[in-house]
Ligand binder design. Structure first.
Ligand SMILES: *Cc1c(COP(=O)(O)O)cnc(C)c1O
Length: 461
């Protein structure tokens, strides 16, 4: 399996290289040269299998021999062993034809664990072959950083540094980053905003001497291996509801478009997915683009669902690339226009996108009302992100079963949930002592040179 860049001007890579590289050198994102298709029989045979076995069958054609089957199987077993639910991604029912896929039973209580846990195992296995070491540096507004630390803690060939804005993540999120005791984990509280953290991270990647010296690697949501790991639960859930004999639709609370793009790949692989519904909060660039054809940035307004507060959805570029007939130059041109504020989608591109995707938006009051109403109607306590999904899904119900992705555990956002319904959700018992564990964190200035010095000191490189 070969991977090509959406901007058409970067080297073609194999799976291992695409996983280690992240962003392509031409600024584009890696996508498979061709998407493998599973037959209806292959899909039917997934029914009733354990999550890890479904993962092996779905991921295998993309890995292209980079891992042998038994090796990948062992990595998957390790990746998901720490989940708090035997089904890994259990499906519950909200209404006659509306289901909820609970993706929050991983170690940090958000769906990002599904991808981060296996990418940690795969990177470590690839590094162990050569004896090389890498330094993972990430910037986070909360969920990605804790998932990355949880996935890379204690791995012998990796150091992990996570920058988060001092004083601006929730206490649960902070403690998940600062309480691991392994020496390869470095939680850094930057004196600045999330945008500052992300800007310093970008500076580090653009300093090629530093990048090579410390073996810098990234695990943000544009990494192809993360998308691939997320394709699995679309198959797992659809088969549980009767695919391939019956089609299903999905609604996905969307920020960077990574999670929903995984659903698009599942559909291309032959899974009968009728509609993929993009659910946005008040930061609704994607919903506006789908309705009007105008993709224009508009600033970020902080919301009750902070993991979806984005200005631009990086992974949307992958869907655009396909809608543009896989024309790398045309994709690059639109991305250039984006730097100047936005672009218009042609009728053809808009039609291609609308053949797969629908969209909807959920404001702040609607988010709170959905948490309250869903609890009353079903007993299910939603996190604010999942509530955005449930609200939008309700406007797209049809004869086809709808599966809404629940992306985080309500206990990760206790203030919003309590405000909505008066109940303060407690952490699951396996995380119950989080508030008693000692914290270890380094305050760092918003300064590139100081950050680089600290990383070189800590890694001895
Ligand atoms: C990251 C995140 C999202 C958004 O996912 P994307 O892949 O960026 O679209 C939604 N909900 C939660 C809880 C998240 O952590």
């Amino acid at each position: 399996m070969r991977y090509i860049s959406t901007r058409g001007a970067a080297p073609v890579l194999d799976f291992g290289q695409a996983m280690m590289t992240g962003l392509a050198r031409d600024g584009g994102l890696y996508v498979p040269q061709t998407v493998p298709v599973l037959s209806a029989d292959d899909i039917a045979a997934l029914a009733g299998l354990p999550y890890e076995t479904v993962a092996l069958r779905v991921m295998k054609p993309f890995v292209g021999g980079f891992f042998a089957d038994d090796e990948l199987q062992a990595l998957l077993a390790k990746a998901y062993a720490g989940f708090g639910h035997a089904a890994r991604a259990p499906l519950t029912q909200l209404a006659a034809n509306h289901f909820l896929l609970e993706l929050f039973h991983g170690p940090t209580l958000a769906f990002k664990d599904f991808a981060m846990q296996i990418i940690g195992q795969m990177m470590q296995a690839a590094l162990a072959r050569s004896g090389a070491r890498i330094t993972i540096v990430g910037a986070t507004s909360g969920d990605t950083g804790s998932a990355a630390i949880e996935a890379f803690r204690g791995l012998p060939n990796v150091d992990v540094f996570i920058l988060f804005p001092h004083g601006r993540v929730s206490e649960v999120q902070r403690r998940q980053m600062t309480t691991p005791t392994e020496a390869n984990v470095h939680a850094l509280a930057i004196e600045g905003s999330f945008d500052d953290a992300q800007a310093r991270l970008k500076d580090m990647f653009n300093d090629f001497a530093f990048r090579d010296a410390v073996g810098l690697a990234g695990v943000n949501s544009i990494n192809w291996a993360r998308i691939l790991a997320q394709v699995v639960y679309y198959f797992y859930a659809a088969v549980a509801l009767g695919a391939p004999h019956r089609a299903v639709s999905f609604t996905v609370p969307t920020g960077n478009f990574g999670d929903i793009f995984a659903g698009y790949i599942a559909r291309q692989m032959g899974l009968p997915v009728e509609r993929l519904v993009i659910a946005t909060n008040q930061n609704d660039i994607l919903d506006r683009a789908m309705r009007t054809g105008q993709y224009r940035t508009d600033g970020v307004r902080p919301s009750l669902s902070p993991s979806m507060d984005i200005q631009v959805s990086s992974n949307f570029e992958r869907a655009l690339f396909d809608a543009l007939g896989r024309d790398g130059r045309a994709t690059a041109a639109l991305m250039d226009d984006l730097k100047a504020g936005g672009f218009s989608l042609s009728q053809g591109v808009l039609q291609a996108l609308r053949a797969t995707f629908a969209s909807g938006r959920c404001g702040e009051a609607e988010t709170l009302a959905t948490i309250r109403d869903t609890l009353a109607a079903t007993g299910e306590l939603l996190c604010p992100h999942s509530a955005v999904g449930v609200h939008v899904a309700a406007q797209h119900l049809s004869a086809t079963p709808m599966i809404t992705l629940a992306t985080a555990h309500p206990a990760k956002f206790p203030d919003a949930v309590e405000r909505a319904c008066g109940i303060r959700p407690g952490l699951p018992p396996r995380l119950g002592d989080l508030f008693d564990r000692a914290e270890r964190v380094t305050r760092v200035p918003n300064d590139l040179a100081a950050l680089q010095r600290l990383i070189r000191e800590r890694t001895g490189r």
